[in-house]
Design a protein around this ligand. Structure first.
Ligand SMILES: *[C@@H]1O[C@H](CO)[C@@H](O)[C@H](O)[C@H]1NC(C)=O
Ligand SMILES: *[C@@H]1O[C@H](CO)[C@@H](O)[C@H](O)[C@H]1NC(C)=O
Ligand SMILES: *[C@@H]1O[C@H](CO)[C@@H](O)[C@H](O)[C@H]1NC(C)=O
Length: 366
């Protein structure tokens, strides 16, 4: 064939390909309409485009389909809030339909900041084995995480913060081998940090802050070589800072403040070469500060206020060239502070009256 005869055929093929883009899968469409059915209030009409007579892959707000299969791959709806974090008129009330479990090709399920979505995560979510991102943050969901959450084997990001989830973190999360981010902050989770957390070797971010988690931090946490941020602030965590913490090679942010930690700060903490921010304030830690803190060459912030640390500040802390903010207040530390800290402004260095060395607190009386 010559180019002249091929050209029209080419265009014919192209137009048929475009017009042919597969219609929405019927099971997926039914699942979405069932979801809409359980929404009791939608003042800003987020779901107005979702009508039985239209194709869910064409013009339905928040829906993305795979163009070759017509399967829904993303359901994304979010609310907006004002400066005081109160919902503007963009919110949804209602519960999650078990039919959502029929969206078996879904990769992203993001229903965030809609404030008044409530009830539990349906156990039918176990069918979402292709789901990579589950964001349900800033709603009013409750109940415990279903054991079936362990079936979401493709999940890399699980963000459930800002809800009223309760109960324990199910051990079935050990199956979520691809998980990089576990964000459960601001809920009512109880019981301990599960031992199996150490199995989730791809974790880069753990945020369990602002819950009611008690028990100890398991030694297994030291296996998480990719972990960059660890936030367990404001819980009821007891026991020691695990010696294994020194194994968290990638850690840059560590906040376990406002808990019930006891015992000493293990010298292994000094292995954390990438650590920029360490906050262990408001616990019951005691003993001397380990000299190895001076090895934390990336450290910018060191908050150890409201503990029972005693003795002198190790002179090795003079090595911390990047340190900008320090809080040692309400401890039993005494003696001379390193010269580098003496140069910090009054607001950047908080000590107590038994620490001296700055122009304001000369060491004469010691
Ligand atoms: C869709 O979900 C409902 C509720 O879980 C279930 O009863 C039904 O069998 C599912 N349909 C398909 C085709 O999977
Ligand atoms: C959230 O749910 C609780 C019941 O669990 C209810 O009392 C409360 O009014 C709800 N809050 C909002 C903002 O919908
Ligand atoms: C860490 O600090 C301690 C005490 O200051 C020191 O003996 C040790 O050699 C340091 N280790 C490394 C790897 O720098």
């Amino acid at each position: 064939m010559t180019t002249h005869t091929m050209l029209p055929i080419f265009f014919l093929l192209l137009t048929s390909l475009i017009s042919q883009s597969i219609a929405c899968n019927v099971v997926d469409k039914e699942a979405l309409l069932q979801f809409k059915n359980q929404i009791t209030s939608d003042p800003s009409k987020l779901l107005n485009t979702w009508t039985p007579s239209s194709d869910c892959c064409k013009g339905w707000n928040g829906i993305t389909c795979d163009s070759t299969t017509g399967r829904v791959i993303s359901l994304t709806l979010s609310g907006t809030v004002d400066d005081a974090d109160l919902p503007l008129d963009t919110f949804l009330s209602g519960t999650l339909s078990p039919y959502l479990g029929n969206l078996t090709n879904l990769k992203i399920l993001s229903l965030v900041n809609l404030k008044q979505l409530n009830g539990p995560i349906p156990k039918e979510f176990n069918k979402l084995s292709n789901l990579e991102k589950l964001y349900l943050n800033d709603n009013n969901f409750s109940g415990s995480l279903p054991f079936e959450i362990g079936s979401l084997i493709s999940l890399s990001e699980l963000v459930l913060s800002g809800n009223k989830f309760s109960g324990r973190i199910p051990s079935s999360i050990r199956n979520l081998k691809l998980l990089t981010s576990l964000d459960l902050h601001k809920n009512d989770f109880r019981s301990g940090v599960p031992e199996i957390i150490g199995d989730l070797k791809n974790l880069r971010n753990i945020d369990l802050s602002d819950n009611k988690i008690d028990g100890i931090i398991p030694e297994s946490i030291g296996n998480l070589k990719q972990l960059v941020t660890l936030d367990m602030m404001k819980n009821k965590i007891k026991g020691y800072v695990p010696v294994s913490i020194g194994g968290l090679d990638s850690l840059t942010f560590c906040r376990i403040s406002e808990n019930l930690l006891t015992g000493i700060l293990p010298s292994e903490i000094g292995n954390l070469k990438n650590l920029k921010s360490l906050n262990l304030g408001n616990n019951m830690l005691n003993g001397n500060l380990p000299a190895s803190i001076g090895n934390l060459s990336s450290l910018v912030e060191l908050y150890l206020a409201n503990n029972q640390f005693s003795g002198k500040i190790p002179p090795t802390l003079e090595n911390l060239k990047n340190l900008q903010r320090v809080d040692f207040s309400s401890n039993r530390l005494k003696g001379r502070i390193p010269k580098s800290m003496a140069k910090m402004s009054v607001s950047s260095f908080l000590g107590n009256r038994n620490l001296c060395g700055s122009p304001l607190l000369p060491c004469k009386r010691f």
